[in-house]
Design a protein around this ligand. Structure first.
Ligand code: FAD
Ligand code: NAP
Ligand code: SF4
Length: 680
């Protein structure tokens, strides 16, 4: 047992008493839907997933949301717990977690009008802007029945062996839809006055506590900052928190923002620990422990939040996808080995919203604990991995973890490949962490790293390797526009890697991920919103004291005036950025809009000359008189080495951009590298 006063993280590792239960530390693994809830065999997979996190030291785990009734489901086939028959399958999860010495609560989530099916219900019949179905307003009697559903669900969760439940009352879900006038226009005992609107929350807690007894953990996720004009005031938040305590909650967890609020709350461009000050405001108002959340992804941030007294416990959800052993690594003094969540949402939330199983860009084993296993091999090999981008790094480290003797070659002076460009983009500072993680992993696993070495046939031959992996990445695609060699023209490599000078008037050709990133980069001056909490709140129009209703009413978003005049163009006639991530694309678009970037779809490029960029839109000719044109027109595979090896009868494995450059992202590169390595 570690003596917490001996560690650098005494607050984080300090036990916390909740009712009659002692949590071993102050780290909560927050609720995340995984997509496995609905799969055949999904509960066995979830048992492996949650028990891995329990073994990794999480103080308390909360499952993804489980509906208390049919109408409360997120989708028609989403998981629910409303009858005895459904109890058994949950047992496999609770048994597995308890076998590892962990504690687990089940989240009860009624999505209300956020459900994706035609039977959705809510306080009033007001459709949400982010879902297609208009809800039916519940009758007063049906509201009482919904309360019974929650109580029944909590009792069944107790029978299934859970240590408690979290009642989801924030983020704009069912209970929240009663609390806020935004969605509650009722005139009966469930609407109108605030005391009526919070009645459902209090009845659920009171009746649940009566049903489950005093020792069962009862967490309420309370919205403390709605980020909507018709959200709650701070006074209302405090009244509700006190009433919840009186009704019997054991802990209050923090909710920030409705899903429909157009303000980012968890994506990478939100500064770390951005909202813990909101939870801090509630301290002293109630005596139950408070949990704070959102963009806490390192032990340092978590420790400082607790040391400052913002909360009694921190919730981290995605960081447990990225690294199930987060807490154990803190306990063992190996924080530099933590695989940090970079807030990209690419393999977690984007998957869930695309109805795919969740995983993690930096850790493809997440939610694949039973099908992607890194185990020591009996036949050990000498392996050469050529290229230290994300594909090569993941392949080299997993191969070494499996016991192979690995040499990783990199032509440039540093590992990372394109991540060395990505990390310079405002809002993508977290990419530094992935490079730190891989760098340390290479050391720990004794991978032989050879930098400044462009590999050719002779080097491969001389090495007598058993396996050769080619992860040489990509080259920027030349778009074939007349005049593309004009001195005004730069590629994104020239800008980000070689730091070539860019003028004040700029055309960015190609509006994929990199085109958007280049616009962020070139319009960045004075915009510190991705690292500075105050600048972030100002940029997105959030009251830094959370005094005004919803934290936003009457506050105008404010971005520093851009120093460059930038136009972003694409050939497609669709909205720019339509192909970006489902849960982050809107943020990138909104950010560029606030920076007054001119967006041009449907451009047909004619030529580039001293005048600038000549193009047509709908047959009308335009000239963009600019100083610099930056080409972000996609990429093609760089695989000369592979071809040369093949010609000489040496077989090699192709991964990452060298394999397929189209729509390549780091998620695919890391997944492919890891899976190949595990199979060698
Ligand atoms: P690369 O990263 O290109 O690495 C290839 C490596 O091989 C290079 O280091 C190169 O020097 C080396 N090499 C080449 N030839 C040789 C040789 N003969 N010998 C030795 N070494 C050699 N993806 C995301 O998923 N999310 C994002 O948010 C994101 N943002 C991005 C932002 C920018 C600005 C850029 C440029 C890319 C971004 N990407 C993002 C894309 C992501 O970085 C790539 O998909 C990923 O890097 C591809 O990995 P890779 O290993 O295949 O290739
Ligand atoms: P991309 O997403 O494929 O975009 C390439 C852009 O160039 C498109 O807008 C395309 O649009 C245009 N284009 C393609 N061929 C062209 C041609 N011949 N002439 C003119 N325009 C052309 O590629 P990328 O932006 O280079 O990004 C590379 C990969 O990195 C992507 O697959 C992406 O997933 C990943 N990435 C992800 C993020 C992220 O935030 N998730 C960020 C950066 C990069 P039109 O055809 O309409 O002109
Ligand atoms: Fe974090 Fe990205 Fe992994 Fe999601 S996919 S857990 S945001 S690193």
């Amino acid at each position: 047992m570690t003596n917490v006063s001996d560690t650098l993280y005494p607050h984080l590792l300090k036990p916390l008493r909740v009712g009659n239960i002692t949590l071993q530390n102050r780290v909560l693994m927050g609720s995340m839907h995984t997509g496995m809830e609905e799969e055949v065999g999904g509960f066995e997979n979830m048992a492996a997933y949650y028990s891995t996190r329990a073994r990794g030291g999480a103080g308390l785990i909360i499952t993804g949301g489980i509906a208390p009734s049919r109408v409360g489901r997120a989708m028609l086939l989403s998981a629910k717990l409303s009858n005895k028959k459904e109890v058994t399958k949950h047992r496999v999860i609770t048994d597995a977690v308890h076998a590892e010495g962990g504690l687990i609560c089940m989240q009860i989530l009624h999505t209300g009008r956020y459900g994706y099916h035609p039977f959705v219900v809510s306080a009033s019949a007001i459709k949400s802007p982010i879902t297609p179905f208009k809800p039916r307003a519940l009758s007063s009697r049906s509201v009482w029945r919904s309360i019974e559903d929650y109580v029944n669900c909590a009792s069944l969760a107790q029978q299934a062996g859970y240590d408690g439940v979290e009642i989801m009352g924030s983020e704009g879900y069912f209970i929240h839809q009663f609390i806020a006038t935004h969605t509650n226009e009722r005139t009966d005992e469930w609407g109108g006055l605030f005391e009526n609107r919070i009645r459902i929350a209090l009845e659920i807690v009171r009746q649940t506590r009566a049903a489950v007894g005093p020792d069962f953990i009862l967490i309420f996720r309370l919205s403390m900052l709605d980020l909507l004009e018709k959200g709650s005031t701070w006074e209302e938040v405090v009244i509700l928190a006190k009433a919840l305590e009186e009704a019997g909650v054991s802990i209050i967890n923090t909710g920030i923002g409705w899903h429909e609020a157009r303000i980012p709350t968890i994506a990478a461009m939100v500064p770390r620990g951005c909202f813990t000050w909101v939870t801090a405001k509630l301290r002293g108002e109630v005596s139950v422990p408070l949990i704070t959340t959102n963009r806490i992804n390192t032990p340092e941030v978590a420790e400082s939040v607790l040391a400052r007294g913002d909360a009694d416990m921190v919730s981290m959800a995605r960081p447990f996808l990225a690294d199930p052993n987060f807490v154990n690594k803190v306990i063992e003094g190996r924080v530099d080995e933590i695989n940090t969540c970079i807030g990209c949402n690419q393999a977690c939330l984007d998957h869930v919203f695309n109805r795919k199983r969740s995983s993690c860009l930096v850790n493809p084993q997440a939610c694949h604990e039973l099908d992607l296993i890194y185990e020591k091999k009996t036949s050990l090999k000498r392996i050469a991995v050529v290229g230290a981008g994300p594909a090569g790094l993941s392949c080299a480290t997993v191969a070494a973890e499996c016991g192979h003797q690995v040499t990783l070659f990199e032509a440039s002076k540093e590992i990372g490949g394109q991540f060395n460009m990505a990390k310079q983009i405002p809002g993508k500072e977290e990419f530094h962490e992935t490079l730190r993680y891989f760098s340390r992993r290479l050391e720990v696993l004794n991978v032989n790293v050879v930098l400044n070495q462009k590999v050719d046939l002779a080097i491969v031959k001389a090495g007598h390797f058993d396996e050769v992996v080619v992860a040489t990445g990509v080259l920027p695609r030349e778009p074939g526009i007349a005049g593309q060699d004009h001195p005004k023209v730069l590629s994104y490599l020239d800008v980000l890697r070689d730091k070539k000078e860019v003028g004040e008037r700029v055309a960015v050709v190609g509006a994929g991920g990199i085109g958007f990133d280049i616009c962020e980069y070139l319009s960045h001056e004075g915009d510190e919103s991705s690292v500075d909490v105050g600048a972030f709140l100002t940029k997105w129009g959030i009251d830094p004291k959370n005094v005004v209703r919803g934290g936003v009413i009457g506050i105008k978003p404010d971005t520093p005036t851009p120093t460059r005049e930038i136009t972003l163009l694409q050939r497609k006639t669709t909205r720019l950025g339509a192909g970006l991530g489902k849960t982050t694309g809107w943020i990138h678009r909104a950010s560029l809009k606030t920076k007054k970037i001119n967006m041009v779809p449907g451009a047909q490029y004619n030529k580039i000359d001293d005048e600038g960029l000549h193009y047509l839109v709908d047959g009308n000719a335009h000239v963009l008189s600019v100083d610099t044109i930056v080409l972000c027109t996609g990429q093609v595979p760089l695989r000369d080495l592979h071809t040369e090896l093949e010609k000489n009868g040496i077989s090699s494995h192709l991964i990452g951009g060298a394999d397929v450059a189209t729509e390549l992202d780091a998620k695919r590169a890391i997944n492919q590298g890891s899976r190949l390595a595990a199979s060698l």
